[in-house]
Ligand binder design. Sequence first.
Ligand SMILES: NC(=O)c1ccc[n+]([C@@H]2O[C@H](COP(=O)([O-])OP(=O)(O)OC[C@H]3O[C@@H](n4cnc5c(N)ncnc54)[C@H](OP(=O)(O)O)[C@@H]3O)[C@@H](O)[C@H]2O)c1
Length: 159
Amino acid sequence: MSDHHNRFCLDGRRALVTGGSQGIGAGIARGLAEAGADLVLVARSEERLTHTAHQLRETGRRIDTVPFDLFQTKEAGSLMERIVDEFGSLDILVNVAGTTRRAPAEQVALDDWVKVRCPLGRWGHPGDLAGAAVFLAPPAFDFITGQMIYVDGGWLARF
Ligand SMILES: NC(=O)c1ccc[n+]([C@@H]2O[C@H](COP(=O)([O-])OP(=O)(O)OC[C@H]3O[C@@H](n4cnc5c(N)ncnc54)[C@H](OP(=O)(O)O)[C@@H]3O)[C@@H](O)[C@H]2O)c1
């Protein structure tokens, strides 16, 4: 196997993808599975999770599903424990679960603004910036150019 392949290979890794049952989350889940990762998908609708998991198993990876409403923030800690107990430790977390509200900003109700805010809740440290640099540097990402990537723990999402 080439060094290039090794640097992108996710064999033996397990990723938790919240919102992985459809849309952007399902797209990212497929990308991770095709790169070799096993997946745990979290969303509310068991039916959609089952459908998406079935499709993703075409990749040959292990795909587990956990129906859960992430608005139940008090139970989120025990959810993580349950997932690790049941499926094993996690290497990758992709948080995509969320709500899309397509409307001009002035027409978005306050409740809907609140639903799409998700800052990380801590100040950054220098090492936090390295990830974005390493992400953009490899030749595999040559076609990403002229983009602004906000490495801010979700700070801008508050406004
Ligand atoms: N699509 C865009 O153009 C776009 C652009 C910028 C940002 N975003 C953001 O990207 C995220 C995903 O967008 P999308 O278009 O892929 O949305 P989507 O198609 O509606 O998918 C949302 C996913 O999140 C899950 N989800 C929603 N609420 C949840 C909850 N309370 N607990 C657990 N899972 C939940 C949904 O499954 P269930 O409904 O079954 O729970 C589904 O899997 C959203 O936060 C959106 O604001 C999207």
